[in-house]
Design a protein around this ligand. Structure first.
Ligand SMILES: O=P(O)(O)OP(=O)(O)OP(=O)(O)OC[C@H]1O[C@@H](n2cnc3c(O)ncnc32)[C@H](O)[C@@H]1O
Ligand SMILES: [Mg+2]
Length: 201
């Protein structure tokens, strides 16, 4: 069976990639399968810089081609925050509930039509010999006034998707994968996908 390695320890991302790649008969491995891999410090100023940093470090460590995902929530009324700091917006603990509460607090009093936001995903591919490239995907929506729904991860309970008339956390994995920033980035990646990146195991 073919497989890809995603340089992430985020279980929510892994579950979505598993569903997306299973349709193509490709098995997903992640850093949850390669525990010895280092944690990469995300020191970049952009999603692309961080995605490349993660992909390059792990590709060199495993001597394999890998994909990394750097993603986040961009809220217009907050000048683009939390942006690249999405995972740690409320502190180093990477606490989804605390991050959600911080965004909701900062948006207190902002009317619905001004609560526009988008999820952004940059996927970076890195080869063991140091070559890299990136693709992007986004998904447009609004920030709700309170969390709704229990599916997904991260900011999904406060991200309202107009075309589904639900929050991301009310969507099944399959429904989220029809419209998400991650799925949209993966579609771009497929357009330039080189068979060499998918290894026979
Ligand atoms: O770096 P890795 O190991 O991949 O895992 P991470 O959780 O640290 O991932 P990021 O650095 O890319 O930070 C992304 C954060 O943005 C948020 N996020 C990204 N995609 C999301 C999605 O589909 N739904 C909800 N929140 C999302 C969520 O808070 C993530 O923790
Ligand atoms: Mg991270």
């Amino acid at each position: 069976m073919k497989r890809v390695i995603i340089a992430t320890r985020n279980k929510g991302k892994v579950a979505e990639f598993e569903q997306l790649f299973s349709k193509k008969g490709i098995e997903v491995q992640s850093l949850l399968d390669y525990n010895e891999c280092p944690d990469v410090e995300e020191t970049g100023a952009t999603f692309a810089e961080n995605a490349i940093l993660k992909a390059k470090t792990i590709a060199q460590h495993l001597k394999e081609t890998v994909i990394a995902d750097d993603s986040g929530l961009i809220v217009d009324a907050l000048g683009g925050r939390p942006g690249v700091y999405s995972a740690r917006y409320a502190g180093e603990a990477k606490d989804d509930q605390a991050n959600i509460q911080k965004v909701l607090q900062e948006l207190e009093g902002v009317p619905f039509e001004k609560r526009t936001a988008r999820f952004h995903c940059t996927l970076a591919v890195a080869t063991p010999d140091g070559r890299t490239f990136t693709v992007d995907g986004t998904c447009e929506g609004y920030i709700t006034e309170k969390p709704i729904g229990t599916n997904g991860f991260g900011y999904d309970p406060i991200f309202y998707v107009p075309e589904k008339q639900k929050t991301m956390a009310q969507l099944t994995k399959e429904e989220k994968n029809e419209i998400s920033h991650r799925a949209n980035a993966l579609k771009r990646l497929e357009q330039i996908w080189d068979e060499a990146f998918v290894k026979e195991s």
